[in-house]
Design a protein around this ligand. Structure first.
Ligand code: C2O
Ligand code: CU
Length: 483
């Protein structure tokens, strides 16, 4: 049977007479299909994965992908697909200059949840990786087999994550559980004395929808799947008991398509240390930050001004206060604690890429979104056999995206971190002016220009929209870094 993408390819990308879809029409649902009362569940913190073995230069890990059940809604059991049977998967803590060699065994049946294939592909999102270790969407790990990826960790420390990247079914595979954190650090970052240990907490925000039995409901919505329940680390609208001091949160928008604007209920400001590609030169103080799917924010929230016995709620102010996805989680300040951590005013030297050094500018148009049609790049659906661009190894290029559709597209480029030159002609806000791997190209003829150097590794890679349903419905392109 032909996949949806093959059908779309056969039909041709276009039909481009533009029936206009309302932006994220699924937003603003009321009522929450989990039935769980807000802030009654303690935040799940995924365990750190222990290496199976280590040498002086590498750590070896084993991960099994399994279909199993999780306790997300009290009294019900939810079928999931999980790395080591959990969602989020275990956190990998890696060090710059030490290889992490991760062996993924695929323990899924031939057909898994949602009726999708049990074939998998794993991608380390934000990783600067050799092509064969990148998780190209058709480099399948078949059920009952395994594949070992070697992650060189030859890049700046940052908040990375690993997730499924199987062609046509990344959306459902991630929805049912296939995502986890990969936190890369080094001794320079250690020396900054940022909050660490129990005071450094990864938070992956994901919206989901459940049926009355407690199973996840996935509808493959063309505009992007959205849920009516907010989960953080797979806990429904959790609480976290905190001490009256600073915390570092590694926040990931791991949702299939939903954007969030994060703000605190007491209006307090917080500090952004960096986004996808590591630390900014200096922390940026904000009262809110918007995260598109796949974007990360490395933030410090200081609870020292909050009285013991009171609480602060993390909210999504992109929606109204009556929406079921308005409240994300709550911090209950339950105790005092000494705080010897710091947020230095200078974090890490940052080198701006110079547009004058770019060897060329490539133009990409983003379009589609008609009912039954496809999402496209330069008018074409994903073709795994043909590169759309062939940057030369070691050179710097400018990529310019123009969005001809009615929805924003968070575009993610593999192989390299990039810098944003401008969005709609304006330089990015300070929070977004560091190393990034995802850029939002605004709808209705919005533009974004990024600059990147394609260093170290030649071979085939992809770039795509990280609205996972747009990706599955073919807004993805292969590019080859050529020697
Ligand atoms: Cu987070 Cu190509 O993916
Ligand atoms: Cu998109």
């Amino acid at each position: 049977m032909a996949t949806r993408r093959e059908v779309l390819k056969a039909l041709g990308a276009a039909g481009a007479s533009a029936a206009l879809l309302p932006f994220n029409k699924a937003f603003g649902a009321s009522g929450d299909s989990s039935g769980v009362a807000s802030f009654t569940q303690p935040l799940n913190i995924p365990p750190v994965l222990t290496p199976s073995s280590s040498t002086s230069t590498a750590d070896y890990y084993d991960m099994q992908v399994m279909q199993t059940t999780a306790s997300i809604i009290p009294g019900k059991s939810t079928p999931i697909i999980g790395y080591n049977g959990m969602s989020p998967g275990p956190t990998i803590r890696a060090r710059v200059g030490r290889e992490a060699v991760v062996n993924f065994y695929n323990g899924l049946p031939a057909t898994t949840l949602g009726g999708t294939t049990g074939k998998i592909v794993t991608h380390l999102h934000g990783g600067h990786l050799p092509s064969e270790d990148d998780g190209f969407p058709t480099d399948y790990i078949n059920p009952g087999t395994n594949r070992t990826y070697t992650y060189p960790n030859n890049q700046l420390p940052s908040t990375l994550w690993y997730h499924d990247h199987t062609m046509d079914v990344t959306g459902p595979h991630v929805w049912y559980g296939l995502a986890g954190f990969y936190l890369l650090s080094d001794s320079i970052e250690d020396s900054l004395n940022l909050p660490s240990g129990n005071y450094e907490v990864p938070l992956v925000i994901q919206d989901r929808r459940f049926n009355s039995a407690g199973s996840l409901v996935y509808n493959k919505t063309m505009d992007g799947e959205t849920g009516d329940v907010v989960l953080v680390n797979a806990t429904v609208q959790p609480y976290l008991n905190v001490a009256k001091r600073k915390y570092r949160f590694r926040v990931l928008n791991g949702s299939n398509s939903r954007f969030y604007r994060l703000a605190l209920s007491n209006g307090a400001s917080f500090k952004v240390l960096g986004m996808e590609g590591g630390l900014l030169p200096a922390p940026v103080t904000v009262t809110s930050i918007t995260l598109a799917p796949a974007e990360r924010a490395d933030v410090v929230i200081d609870f020292s001004g909050t009285a013991v016995g009171s609480n602060v709620t993390l909210r999504n102010t992109l929606v109204g206060s009556t929406s079921s996805i308005y409240n994300i989680m709550r911090f209950n300040v339950t105790t005092t604690a000494t705080d010897t951590s710091a947020v230095p005013s200078s974090l890490r030297p940052f080198t701006k890429l110079n547009a004058a050094n770019a060897v060329l500018t490539r133009n990409f148009t983003l379009s589609g979104g008609m009912m039954g049609g496809a999402w496209t790049i330069n008018g074409a659906v994903f073709n795994e056999n043909s590169p759309i661009a062939t940057p030369k190894l070691g050179t710097t290029e400018i990529w310019r995206f123009t969005n001809q559709s009615m929805m924003d597209h968070p575009i993610h480029v593999h192989q390299t971190m990039f810098q944003i030159l401008d969005i709609n002609g304006n330089p990015p806000p300070a929070t977004h002016a560091g190393w990034k791997d995802t850029v939002v190209v605004p709808r209705q003829m919005g533009t974004a220009r990024i600059i990147a150097k394609f260093a170290d590794y030649a071979g085939k890679y992809v770039m795509h929209c990280h609205n996972l349903e747009h990706e599955d419905m073919a807004m993805m392109a292969r590019f080859d870094v050529v020697p």
